[in-house]
Ligand binder design. Structure first.
Ligand code: DX5
Ligand code: ZN
Length: 229
């Protein structure tokens, strides 16, 4: 599958073959343009940008300026922003201006989930809803209909390089049984070619990986293995 272009609204399409989304959190930040181009040229479908505020999670990462820079150098690439922040609402407009295509909030954030979904769509982006491994599924279930993407965290958010938590596959199966064919399930955290098998079987069609791609020396082989090729 060729790289999807901005404007093709990747997360509005029907679910299909698994998509691979490299998380640039583990890329070499000083060579970011080169790293982003390399994974896209070697079979990735989109880029995943992890935004952290030092409050929702104990780490800091990137903001709208970095998203804008990636958009500038890769005008065709679908950019998926994962907001691990306590108050995401204030960042919807800045990320939309910075060229983000999808904006994912956490169900555990401090703001009204339905209002956020409406604001994200009004800003011209698709909307994702993420859940941490220890949060009861009942907290997410009432909002599922309003989102294009449901993100199941398979590590405790904040850092790359953690081990996959298999218990979250149950959340994925429950989502798989209730979503429409135009909604997507994303797994994020500790996804490698081994754990990706169970993710795909449980219904995930968007696989995020940082370490499994950027810590290796053959990005194309890692991306193909994640997809199950
Ligand atoms: C974790 C982030 C993930 C992370 C994944 O808080 O949301 O996207 O970068 O890293 P790996 O694939 O190394 O677990
Ligand atoms: Zn992420």
């Amino acid at each position: 599958m060729p790289a999807l272009k901005k404007g093709e609204s990747l997360f509005l399409a029907q679910r299909g073959a698994p998509l691979v989304a490299p998380s640039i959190l583990s890329a070499d930040f000083a060579r970011l343009e080169v790293e982003c181009r390399a994974v896209m040229e070697q079979g990735a479908d989109l880029l995943h940008l992890d935004v952290m505020d030092g409050h929702f999670v104990p780490n800091l990462s990137m903001g709208p300026a970095l998203c804008h820079a990636v958009r500038h150098h890769l005008p065709e690439t679908f950019l998926d922003v994962h907001m691990m922040v306590t108050n995401p609402g204030q960042f919807i407009a800045p990320f939309a201006r910075a060229g983000a295509d999808n904006f994912t909030i956490h169900v555990e954030c401090d703001e009204d989930i339905e209002d956020l979904a409406d604001a994200i769509h009004a800003a011209g982006m698709t909307a994702g809803l993420a859940i941490k491994p220890d949060t009861p599924f009942e907290d997410m279930a009432p909002y599922v209909d309003r989102f294009n993407l449901l993100l199941v965290m398979s590590v405790h958010p904040g850092f790359s390089g953690q081990a996959f938590i298999p218990e979250v596959l149950e959340t994925t199966r429950r989502l798989d049984g209730m979503i429409r064919s135009d909604q997507h399930i994303q797994m994020d955290g500790g996804v490698d070619p081994g754990s990706a098998v169970a993710c795909r079987e449980a219904g995930c069609d968007v696989l995020v990986a940082a370490s499994a791609i950027f810590k290796g020396d053959d990005y194309g082989a890692s991306i193909a293995a994640l997809r199950g090729d």
